[in-house]
Every structure is written in structure tokens, then in C-alpha cells.
Design a protein around this ligand. Structure first.
Ligand code: ZN
Length: 1009
């Protein structure tokens, strides 16, 4: 039955109008998997139809796996970014494809030339236009350990990009022979007949229809492997008896697919099978047995979304779809590899299955134009989420299960979230144009921006521009016209122009070809009684960005009625059913940067909203409403885990705060965290504030930090204001904090801080360590440079603190710190720190250098160390509680002293292994803390003052670093260090140099407390 089906499906005519030639490549492959050597041995018979008007003198094939062995272009590229993951692979873990023989139809041998991931085969006889060529190739493919997608994982094989795949020859430049640099692919359409031979116990899922189902997957075996038998999830990992194949050691699975441009498969002995149907389509879910209980509805979810896309975009043209449980998310024709579990896997399923429309059927050059498959697919999956699971909300909320997440995590719309991610980057000028070759994107974050988040945002902007109905027709027509073909960006534009009837150069030029941003605002609105009755309304709009868009206004009148107003641009009139249409507004840059819209309305306008549908990618929406709200703020509860930022409001997150110290006893307060379109790199009007009251002391305290971009000093420069009366100190400061970097994810970078500060002690009882009173005025400057040499990350920091006029203490402190951190062997790490500093003798105690750790001023920045009584005071006195800093000789806690000179070297050699063993022995530990590493450390150096001498002190010991994963991420990343300085060169009088000692450090980065 199935066999017949396989041959009768897809007799779909290729659209002819205005479309030119396209090549066709039919593949017949026999392949055998050797699970002992992780090697595939295959024979490929290629039938190539030269439909082009050109004579071909050579062929090209992709040998993708060759990228994953040392010396490849990809390896060299990775090393240039400090990634040695391929370079360091042992030979048995390299991936490769070797072609051992190439023959023509007549049996003549051809010699191929391999250049990394491209095989070039010069032909003795050229292939003329309209001719069919046949080639036979023998190949061997090794499954490596560093490939992105092909892999072996606990006996599961994911076999992708595995055979010599014909390069595409198309109208846009002939052959496309891009080396594989870790991005995506491009293949020629054709028929695939593939026979896979492998150990009998394996269950296989693949592109195509299983032709010999009765033989390899008889009904009796299907019944045994039925996913419904594995609902409870308590099954030992077993093989069904039927998986052994009548005494034979191997089975051969035969698949047939038509009109596909690639073939992928996966095999696992523990696959359990779910089945669902939609019309002509059978959906298979293959779940590993251990996941089967959580994959019960997988096939059904697949069938639902296939129905959705078939209805809204175009009919799914293949008879089957397989969803395979693999730890990743990757699309192939008729098969998708998806991780996760119910219900959150819907997010990934919708995306990867959606790719069968844009990538699978409409098959753009993914290497050249990643936005055409990723951006379009993201649009589809967002549409599916909106429609099929409207209150699914923030996918993070589904990762965090349980009561707290259900009640306090915000729901987030995926479309708005994508737009938010685009705006975040656009605001700091971090962009390449969307039409950028994937290999020419500067780094991973940029690839995500140009392939995913910006194109999705732009497609919704196109929906805003054309109107929902026309946009839907554009998508459907594009799918229909380019089915089984290779479109380029202008082809989609042409479809959009044909369907809408408008020239859309202005839209696609600015959004695909430039990095212009869009920013409109409402400047003012005037209502004047008209002499003839009613009201004359004048709305003045302004354009602040370079991008030009038609505008959509919603007016609310005094009589309660609502009017929609469209402000078109010259070259394009937005559909305006039921709307008032004004005269067009064009211009560019300074030309006509403002426009006053005049309307005659029955009653005065009370409210004007620009783009109420939130589809215009406007970088500042706070001025998109009139009357401008004095405080356009949305206040919500800060759950400390997940935020869902707003596009049109300033977000303010509030939560209670609790702290303990010896003066206040319990200190209770309210913490506020606000910003507009916040990103890890910059935030508009970032506010961190707290008001606190001491229960015992009755003291009221506060702290405020305000940070906002100061672009005079660069895209990532901020103006910063701090003011606090907190824990015994009053500190006010103002200054500049700037970062300079080309790439967001990779060094080098430079950070510069320039701060003027006034500080005063108002209650010494709060402080855990001695502090000199008096009001000080200081200038604090620092420059930090970060760079990477091979795999070693290094930073050099130089800091200067100097007192200003009228300061109670007159002093200057200068220090420099060099840090190098790199890998050591397979899972080891090494850190070297060199530190030196010099201060004037008049420097107050809190600013001096300390022998065992950080100075009081540094400790004050950590909320746990700020006040006496938060951490056990006796431990602090006895030197058991320290914070890294100063000379960092952690064994000298009990005799910690300060000086105005410091010189020290600290070395740490760490390894993961010992802690992993500890966790295995005490699994309860890992539910509270994440073991990071066990390490050996050695410190040497001294602090001294002018007039005394450097005297070498040294200590050494072992330690453990544990991540405090239970602390919510918004409170910073916290780590607990337990140090045991067993050797101290000059211990306290009562101790021997070698004796058991202990020190606790609780370190934080980027705390938000
Ligand atoms: Zn994708």
C-alpha cells in the first residue's frame, strides 16, 4: 500500500510563467553503517539533468564533513576566534568524507580534486544543454565528534550531510561552491532512492517513504514499539523481541523521496513509534525509550501544525513527515530532528516542521541568504504559536515548571520578543544588512540577527505595510510559484509587487540592503473648533530615523468614537479599509522630517496612537502616543528569573528585599529595576533603586543607580549617576562608563570608567572592618583591556583613585592587575594573576592594599560583605571569610594587614574531575550547587608601607569552586569558594606552616541586589 503511495504522490506541475531553468539531480545511494568504527560505506549513482543553456565541463560536490577535521577552513576560522575544538581532536574523532572512485556511465574513471569540503570533478566529455549525465561514486564517511549535526550519541546515529552532495548550478552565478564554514546548505532538487544497511536492532527514520515497510517494520514490530506502550516512563532500556531480525545481524531499510534536495536519516535501537494522520500525510514520531513518556503527543502536534501551514501557506506536498527525538533542532526534507519534551517542544516542532515550507519546498540558497529560510520559518512558527497555542507565552516559563513559574513568570509573545531582540541591537548600531552571506556575518550574535530576528521583524513590518490579507496572499503565491525551486531575495519582492500591485523597491531596499532604523514620533496635536462646526485637528508627526514607512494612526475622539488614519508615502498606499487617508508624506533624512496632518472631525481628539499593532520596528515607541504619558511605565512583579520586556513602555520590576546585619537586625525593603528595551550591552534610562528600613535600628536607607546612553563617547557609553545612604555610608557619584568593542561576543574589548565621587561615613557601627571617617571627594578612573591569545583570555586593568580639593584625606592609589585564564589539558583550567599597587602614606585604611584579600571599599560593593553581621562576624575576625583582591594571599586571613605598596602573584590550577566524583558520591549536593572545579593554588607576595621592606610571604593549598545555581539569575551569578591553605610561610605565632586551615569566599559578578 505504502509502496504504491510512494510512486503516485507529487505530480505537481512546475509553474512556468517567467521562471527559468533549474537543474535536477537524482540520487540512488546504497550505504552500510559500521557501528564499531562509526563509518559509512556508500555507493552513489547520480543522474544529472542539465536543464541550463550552458555546457558543463566539470561537476562539484559538497563533502561537508571534511570541515570537521584539523586544518579545514572551518578549523582555521574557529581558531581565529580562539576556538580549538576541531584542532585538538584526536584522529579517531575527526569527521571526513573520502571519495575512492568516480566513474562515468561508460565505466571510465575520473579523477576528482578535493579542496577541503569541495570535490571538483573535471569531465572528459562535457555535458551539453538538455543532456543527462550519469556518475557513480564510491565513498566512505566517518562520523566525527565535532560536527554540528552529524553525530553518534549513546548508540544513536544522526546521519546528515553525509554523502557527496551535488553543488547547485543556478542562474545566479552558475556553480555555488561555498566551503562549509559551519553555516547552512544548498542542494539541487531530485529523486532520492536510498538503501540503508545497519545492525538489525536499529529503528530508522529518514527523508522519504519507507518502501519495504512490511519487511523491516512489520505490523507486529510496530505494535511492540508503539509509543503508547511506554506511557509510564518506567521501562528498562530494552530491545523489543521483534527488533532482532529472523536471526540476521543486519537489516536494509529502503527509502524513496521525490522533489527533495537532501536526504538525512537517524537510527536508534531505542526508538519508539508514535503515529498521527492529517489528510494524505502520515506523521511519525520516533522517541528514544527514555523520552517516550514525554513524547506521547509528538506525532499529533506534528499533524496539527502541518494542517495549519497547509491551510495558511500551501499544501504539504509529501506523504510523510518524521519527527525524530535527537538532542538538537534541525530541519531536513520530510524529517526534522528535535529535542525537548511535551509541551514545550511545540516551539521547536513548529519551527523545524515549518522549514519544510521555507527551506524544504521553497529552497533558497541558505548559505547565501539565511534570512530567506530562517526569517520566513520564524514568521511561520510565530503565526502558528499565535493561532494554535495563544497562551503558551514565554517559552522560558515552560522550561521552569512548577508553581512559582506558573504564577509569576510573564507570558511573552514570540513576535514581540523577536522585534525586541532586533531593536536591542539596532539601537546600539550593532548590525549588518540582512542580505549578508552567512559566512560574512561577523559572529554568532550577528548571524542570529540577520538570519532570524531582523527578517522576522521586517516580514511583520511588511504585513503592517500591505495589510494582513494581501500579505497572506503574497506568502501563498510565493510558496506556490517557487515550489521546488530556488528563489533569491528579489524573487520574493517580485511576488510581493505582483500581488500587491505596488513597486516595493523602497521597502526591500531599506530593510534588506541597509541598516537604517525606523523611528517616528508624535510631536503635538491641536484641536480647534471649526467655524462650520466640528473640530479642526492638526497632528504633527516627526521622522527621526532614516527608514521611511507609511503610518497607521488610531485616534480616540472626545465623543468616544475611534478613527483610523493612514499617512501613505508617495510610492505606496497602504490598504485603508474604513480609514481616513491623508496626503502622502515622503522625504528622506532632513527633507520633510516633520509632517502636519490636518483633519476635520466631529469632536476633538483625546488620544492619538501611532502603530497600535506594534508591527512598525520603531526604535523608540515612548513618543508614539499623544498625550505623552508623563510616566509611560508598566510596573510588574520582578520574579528574578524571566522578564518579558515591553516595546511601548518603560518596564519597572518591583520585588521585596530582605537582608540581615547587626545594626538593623532584619532590614526589609523594596527593590526596583527599570529600563526601556534593555540589553546586556546598553539600556535606556536604567534604574536600580531600593528603599530599606531596619527593623531594630528604625533607620531608613536608600540606594539609586541611574544609567543611560551617552553616545558622544561611543555606542556603548553610558552616563551613570549613583546615590546611596546605605549601611553606614553615604556615597554620591557621577560619571562615564564606556565599552569599546567591535564584536559583542569576542575580545578584544576595552572598558573605561571615569567617576567623580563624594563619600562619607555616617555610622561606623554598620561596617565589619575599620573605616576612617570624614567626607572624601575622589576621582576614580579605570581602564580594562581584554584580549585573547589562542585559547588564553587575558585582561589588564589599571586603576587610579585620587582625592580632589576639600577631601578629608589627600591621597592617590594606583594599581594594575593582569589576569590570564586558559584551558589545561582536556578539562583543566589555569589562572595566573599578577598584581601590583602603590598608594600615598596618607591613604585611609579602607582604600589601602590588603595582604589576604579585598580592601574594605571593594568589600562594600558585595552585599554579603557590606555590613557587619551579614556573614558570621567571628569568622570574619578570624580570617575565615575573605573576598578576592589585594595581594590575595588567602592563608593570611588571621594576620591580615594593609599597606601602601603591594606586589603579588597568584596561580590556580583547576580540574573538573575530582568534584564530579564528589557529586556522584553525594548526589544531594548537586541539587543546591553546581560543582565548577577543584583546584590547587599558590600565592606569593606582600603588602608593605613606605619605610618598611618587601618581605616575601607565600601560601599554597587546595580549594573547591561551587556555583550557587539556586540564586535567581537577576541577582547575579554567585560562586562559593572553599579554600584550604594548608601551607603558610609565616603563620600566626601559635601555628605551624603546614596545618589545616579554611577560608570561605562568596563571590558575585554583576549583582543586582
Ligand atoms: Zn531554522
Amino acid at each position: 500500500m505504502k509502496r504504491k503511495l510512494a510512486f503516485i504522490f507529487i505530480l505537481i506541475s512546475i509553474p512556468t510563467a517567467c521562471l527559468a531553468w533549474q537543474q535536477r539531480a537524482d540520487h540512488a545511494i546504497q550505504v552500510r553503517l559500521d557501528t564499531k568504527t562509526r563509518t559509512l560505506s556508500g555507493h552513489l549513482r547520480l543522474t544529472y539533468h542539465n536543464n541550463s543553456p550552458d555546457t558543463l565541463n566539470r561537476f562539484y560536490f559538497h563533502l561537508y564533513q571534511n570541515a570537521f577535521k584539523p586544518g579545514s577552513h572551518l578549523d582555521r576560522l574557529r581558531r581565529a576566534y580562539g576556538n580549538f575544538s576541531i584542532a585538538k581532536l584526536p584522529p579517531q574523532d575527526w569527521a571526513w568524507i573520502k571519495v575512492s572512485s568516480i566513474r562515468t556511465e561508460s565505466g571510465q574513471s575520473l579523477r576528482g580534486k578535493v579542496d577541503d569540503t569541495i570535490l571538483e570533478v573535471p569531465l572528459d566529455e562535457p555535458v551539453l544543454p538538455g543532456e543527462v549525465a550519469r556518475l557513480e561514486l564510491d565513498f566512505e564517511t566517518h562520523v566525527g565528534r565535532a560536527s554540528y549535526r552529524m553525530k553518534e550519541n549513546h548508540g544513536q546515529y544522526v546521519i546528515t550531510q553525509w554523502y557527496p552532495r551535488t553543488c547547485v548550478y543556478d542562474e545566479h552565478g552558475g556553480w555555488h561552491v561555498d566551503q562549509h564554514l559551519g553555516h547552512e546548505f544548498y542542494g539541487e532538487f531530485g529523486t532520492y532512492d536510498v538503501q540503508i544497511t545497519l545492525p538489525a536492532e536499529y529503528v530508522v527514520g529518514a527523508t522519504g517513504v519507507l518502501v519495504n515497510r512490511p519487511e523491516v517494520l512489520p505490523d507486529s514490530l510496530v505494535a511492540e514499539l508503539d509509543i503508547r506502550n511506554f506511557k509510564s516512563g518506567n521501562h528498562p532500556k530494552t530491545q523489543a523481541p521483534g527488533q532482532r531480525h529472523a536471526g540476521k545481524r543486519t537489516k536494509t531499510w529502503i527509502f524513496h523521496a521525490e522533489n527533495v534536495h537532501d536526504f538525512a536519516w537517524t537510527a536508534d535501537p531505542t526508538f519508539r513509534i508514535g503515529v498521527a494522520h492529517w489528510q494524505h500525510v502520515t506523521v511519525y514520531a520516533l522517541a528514544r525509550e527514555r523520552k517516550a513518556a514525554k513524547w506521547q503527543d509528538a506525532a499529533q502536534v506534528g499533524a496539527e501544525v502541518i494542517a495549519f501551514y497547509s491551510k495558511h501557506i500551501g499544501r504539504y506536498p509529501y506523504p510523510t513527515m518524521t519527527i525524530a527525538d535527537v538532542d538538537e533542532g534541525m530541519e531536513y526534507p520530510m524529517i526534522v530532528m528535535c529535542g525537548g519534551e511535551s509541551p514545550s517542544y511545540r516551539y521547536l516542532f513548529y519551527h523545524e516542521i515549518g522549514h519544510n515550507w521555507f527551506y524544504g519546498v521553497v529552497a533558497n540558497n541558505e548559505t547565501r541568504n539565511p534570512h530567506m529560510d530562517e526569517g520566513f520559518t520564524q514568521l511561520l512558527h510565530t503565526m502558528a504559536m499565535d493561532s494554535l497555542i495563544p497562551d503558551f507565552g514565554n517559552r522560558d516559563a515552560y522550561r521552569w515548571k512548577g508553581w512559582y513559574a506558573r504564577h509569576f513568570f510573564p507570558k511573552q509573545n514570540d513576535r514581540l520578543y523577536r522585534q525586541f531582540l532586533y531593536l536591542q541591537h539596532a539601537k546600539i548600531g550593532y548590525e549588518q544588512k540582512v542580505d549578508t552571506h552567512s559566512d560574512k556575518t561577523l559572529e554568532r550574535a550577528m548571524y542570529r540577527l540577520v538570519a532570524y530576528n531582523k527578517p522576522t521583524t521586517v516580514l511583520y513590518a511588511l504585513q503592517y505595510t500591505l495589510g494582513r490579507r494581501v500579505f497572506q496572499r503574497v506568502l501563498q503565491t510565493y510558496f506556490h510559484d517557487w515550489k521546488f525551486r530556488h528563489p533569491y531575495p528579489r524573487d520574493f519582492q517580485r511576488v510581493a509587487e505582483k500581488v500587491s500591485g505596488w513597486d516595493l523597491d523602497w521597502f526591500f531596499d531599506q530593510w534588506w540592503e541597509t541598516t537604517w532604523t525606523c523611528d517616528y514620533g508624535i510631536r503635538r496635536v491641536r484641536n480647534r473648533p471649526a467655524p462650520s462646526g466640528g473640530t479642526d485637528v492638526a497632528i504633527t508627526l516627526e521622522r527621526k530615523g532614516l527608514a521611511v514607512m507609511p503610518l497607521d494612526l488610531r485616534l480616540t475622539l472626545a465623543d468616544g468614537s475611534v478613527r483610523r488614519v493612514i499617512v501613505p508615502i508617495n510610492r505606496f498606499h497602504k490598504p485603508a479599509r474604513g480609514a481616513l487617508v491623508t496626503a502622502p508624506w515622503d522625504g528622506w533624512f532632513r527633507l520633510d522630517a516633520t509632517k502636519t496632518v490636518r483633519l476635520h472631525l466631529p469632536s476633538p481628539v483625546r488620544k492619538v496612537e501611532l502603530d497600535p499593532s506594534l508591527r512598525l520596528p520603531d526604535t523608540n515607541r515612548l513618543d508614539n502616543v499623544w498625550p505623552r504619558h508623563p510616566f509611560p511605565i508598566r510596573v510588574r512583579f520582578d520574579n528574578m528569573f524571566v522578564t518579558a520586556p515591553d516595546l511601548d513602555r518603560y518596564d519597572l520590576w518591583l520585588r521585596p528585599s530582605l537582608m540581615i546585619n547587626s545594626v538593623d537586625g532584619l532590614r526589609i525593603g523594596l527593590h526596583a529595576d527599570g529600563s526601556y528595551l534593555e540589553s546586556p550591552f546598553s539600556a535606556d534610562k536604567k534604574l536600580l533603586a531600593g528603599v530599606h528600613a531596619g527593623v531594630k535600628s528604625r533607620n531608613l536607607q536608600y540606594s539609586v543607580l541611574f544609567r543611560t546612553p551617552w553616545r558622544t563617547f561611543g555606542g556603548l557609553a553610558n552616563f551613570v549617576l549613583r546615590s546611596a545612604r546605605l549601611a553606614g555610608r553615604e556615597v554620591h557619584s557621577v560619571g562615564l562608563e564606556a565599552t569599546y568593542r567591535k564584536l559583542l561576543q569576542y575580545p578584544p574589548w576595552t572598558q573605561v570608567h571615569l567617576i567623580v565621587q563624594s563619600s562619607k561615613l555616617y555610622d561606623p557601627a554598620y561596617l565589619a572592618v575599620p573605616w576612617e571617617p570624614g567626607r572624601d571627594y575622589t576621582l576614580r578612573a579605570s581602564a580594562v583591556r581584554g584580549w585573547r591569545w589562542r585559547t588564553v583570555n587575558q585582561t589588564l586593568s589599571v586603576r587610579l583613585t585620587t582625592s580632589l580639593l576639600r577631601s578629608a584625606h589627600q591621597y592617590t592609589v594606583v594599581s594594575a592587575e593582569y589576569l590570564a585564564h586558559g584551558p589545561l589539558g582536556r578539562s583543566g583550567e589555569v589562572t595566573l594573576r599578577l598584581f601590583g599597587g602603590r598608594a600615598q602614606n596618607t591613604t585611609p585604611a579602607q582604600e589601602r592594599f590588603f595582604l589576604a584579600g579585598a580592601s574594605p571599599v571593594q568589600e562594600y560593593t558585595n552585599p554579603l560583605y557590606r555590613s557587619a553581621g551579614t556573614l558570621p562576624q567571628r569568622w570574619r575576625r578570624e580570617g575565615h571569610v575573605l573576598l578576592s583582591g589585594g595581594a590575595n594571599l588567602r592563608g593570611y586571613g588571621p594576620q591580615n594587614r594593609s599597606g601602601t605598596r603591594a606586589a603579588a602573584a597568584n596561580l590556580t590550577l583547576g580540574h573538573r574531575k575530582p568534584l564530579d566524583l564528589l557529586v556522584r558520591a553525594l548526589p544531594v549536593v548537586s541539587s543546591f550547587v553546581q560543582p565548577k572545579q577543584a583546584y590547587f593554588f599558590a600565592d606569593a607576595g606582600d603588602v608593605w608601607t613606605e619605610g618598611t621592606h618587601f618581605r616575601l610571604e607565600a601560601d599554597a593549598g587546595i580549594g573547591l569552586a561551587l556555583g550557587l545555581g539556586f540564586v535567581p539569575p537577576r541577582l547575579g551569578r554567585w560562586a562559593l569558594h572553599l579554600d584550604f591553605p594548608v601551607y603558610v610561610r609565616r603563620p600566626v605565632a601559635s601555628e605551624k606552616p603546614v596545618v589545616f586551615r579554611w577560608v570561605v569566599r562568596v563571590e558575585t559578578r554583576a549583582g543586582n541586589l
